[in-house]
Design a protein around this ligand. Sequence first.
Ligand SMILES: Cc1ncc(C[n+]2csc(CCOP(=O)(O)OP(=O)(O)O)c2C)c(N)n1
Length: 378
Amino acid sequence: MKREISKKPGSFMLDTRFIGDELKALGFDFYSGVPCSFLKYLINYAINHCQYIAAANEGDAVAVCAGAYLGGRKSVVLMQNSGLTNATSPLASLNPIYNIPVLGFVSLRGQAGVKDEPQHELMGKITEETLTLLDIPHARLSKDRETALTQLKRANQYIEDRKSFFFVVEKDTFEPHELLEIKSLKTEQPLPSRRAVLEALVENSQKDWVLLATTGYTGRELAEVADRENHLYMVGSMGCVSSLGLGLSYSRKDIKCLAIDGDGSLLMRMGSLATNAYYRPKNLLHILLDNGCHESTGSQFTVSSNLDFARIAEGSGYANVKSVSNLPALIEEMKIWDKNPELTFLYMKIQPGVAGKLSRPGTRPKDVAQRLMKFLGT
Ligand SMILES: Cc1ncc(C[n+]2csc(CCOP(=O)(O)OP(=O)(O)O)c2C)c(N)n1
């Protein structure tokens, strides 16, 4: 039976189930990746109908796929083009030298002529060039089903010949395909929302503290709660917020700095915990808001439900580690840190969810940085 492609006037989209099933028929039933909203439905298909490994970062995802290939599986790696930079190490020095191919789907955020955010502008221009430099054959995935089918078969031939192949995926390529099961964090008490936590952080911070917020909804929501000169919203460079905080607090002992992290973000660069703890700036308060998912890109689960971030921070050597479950406890810990500063990790589970569509920070990243430097008297 032929499935219909959606026919919005002037636009085609691919039936995600159809593409996933065709890939499966070609033998691709093992996936790993880090989410991007452009690939959300293909990820949902992989989670629903195949084996999907939610990797901490895109480089790990490539390596997971390479391992699966050694184990006899044809594997697919899914990533945002911002994550292609994370993946270049194994793509350059694992797959080609061992003749281990991987089929990739990389989103094209920042495509020329398509409105997008500043953090995607450069990668939008160089995604295909990067693949070319990595010596990986690639093609834009067609939104026309028959053409896409021919492309999949061609890509499969590359994999059969033990050569990697990547599809570059434009916005609105895949039709909706919903997750069958949404995993959520299990708790006895109701959890606070990210918004409530951010409001509490803003209200209970001293005027001279600096607030840094991680990539995705956290930064966007902080900017909605209050757009201030002492705030910095990390829009790209996922996972780097506490390292930014380390550099700032280490170089400026006269200020206090809050780094507000997410579980997906911290997982992406968990090694930063060890570095932060080794240098242990007293004036850094690292707060992890754990909602168990990559909410910003479609609420795909992270592996956070299986791990104890507080113990990992403790084991890394953080001077002070606390888990809090409600806003009064959070505020109390902020006061303690203010009075007796020492490198602190505050862990808090939060409820996924935003009230309505979040806006994007109205101030451009370079202006955010400039006004923060002015605030710091730099
Ligand atoms: C290197 C890289 N890979 C993927 C993304 C896409 N991305 C943006 S935000 C986000 C999820 C962040 O998850 P988490 O830190 O748990 O915060 P939440 O979205 O749940 O608020 C992802 C995957 C990105 N920006 N950069």
